[in-house]
Design a protein around this ligand. Structure first.
Ligand SMILES: Cc1cc2nc3c(=O)[nH]c(=O)nc-3n(C[C@H](O)[C@H](O)[C@H](O)COP(=O)(O)OP(=O)(O)OC[C@H]3O[C@@H](n4cnc5c(N)ncnc54)[C@H](O)[C@@H]3O)c2cc1C
Length: 256
């Protein structure tokens, strides 16, 4: 879908496809495409009737080896490294007519119909990430000792953990409800958007309070380290030299 000049405003896409006998002639470019490098085929939204605005968009299946279909840069990201994100280019790609997915001109409707499901998929990932971060944090709080006892026994830490456990559970319940609604065919775009927004904020909030990954992972988790409230409070990291917000007090206790 997404192009350099058309993101949220999908009707503004400029990739076009004109009929030429038994083929569609596809021209244009896309960006931020998940698995753009890895894929064997993509479904490209293109305008079959540019004058018809969002009603002129059609989805075409483009295969890896079709002449004129090229992959561009693998874009750099701060996360989600298991999937690449890339630019794609289409120069006079001859796409057979039977590679049209569904009906011509219905692409916008198809894409909008799938948005709740996609939003929910992001919400599911966000809750899972929040749960995992919290689980690791609780484990760390049980293992790490300060002042002769696990830091999880300290009241301020327990307050924070209690709040996080509550919020993560609320997130899980909400997402489960959305999942049931999706299965019944009743999940609305609005509710899915709420779930995506709230759970991704939840994920960020939990990670902000969560402990950093173990010492060996320290170099690649600077953001996580910086986000860690416990770390900020306790130490100066031997890898980054970053001084905690509260100064260097307690630096000898740093594990990360
Ligand atoms: C990791 C990753 C993977 C992706 N994978 C895919 C993929 O596989 N396929 C695909 O098609 N796309 C993909 N995308 C692109 C994604 O769908 C777009 O980033 C998204 O649609 C937003 O478009 P944009 O980035 O061009 O931002 P824009 O839409 O240009 O928005 C720019 C800014 O304007 C704001 N804005 C936009 N509209 C409004 C409005 N109405 N009111 C107020 N503010 C507004 C936005 O919040 C944002 O801050 C991916 C993106 C990422 C980051």
């Amino acid at each position: 879908m997404i192009e350099p000049d058309a993101g949220s405003d999908l009707a503004a896409i400029r990739t076009t496809t004109l009929r030429d006998g038994d083929v569609y002639l596809l021209n244009g470019q896309k960006t931020f495409i998940s698995n753009g490098i890895l894929n064997d085929l993509v479904i490209a939204a293109a305008k079959t009737s540019p004058e018809a605005g969002h009603k002129g968009i059609s989805p075409l299946v483009v295969e890896r080896d079709m002449p004129g279909y090229e992959r561009g840069r693998r874009l750099e990201k701060i996360g989600l490294h298991a999937q690449d994100t890339a630019e794609l280019f289409f120069h006079n790609v001859r796409v057979p007519r039977d590679h049209l997915l569904g009906e011509e001109g219905q692409g916008f409707r198809y894409l909008m119909e799938q948005l709740p499901r996609e939003r929910l998929a992001i919400a599911v990932g966000a809750v899972a990430a929040a749960e995992a971060a919290l689980e690791q944090t609780i484990r760390y709080c049980r293992e790490r000792e300060a002042f002769g006892r696990p830091i999880g026994a300290l009241q301020s830490v327990r307050f924070t953990l209690a709040e996080l456990v509550t919020e993560v559970q609320i997130g899980r319940v909400f997402v489960d409800q959305c999942m049931l609604a999706l299965n019944r065919g009743e999940l609305t775009a609005e509710t899915a958007a709420m779930a995506k927004w709230w759970t991704t904020e939840l994920q960020r909030g939990v990670c902000r309070h969560a402990q950093p990954t173990p010492r060996s992972d320290c170099a690649r988790s600077r953001a996580q380290r910086q986000a860690c409230a416990g770390h900020q409070a306790a130490c100066r990291c031997r890898h980054s030299g970053a001084r905690s917000r509260r100064g260097s007090r307690g630096s000898r206790g740093c594990q990360y």
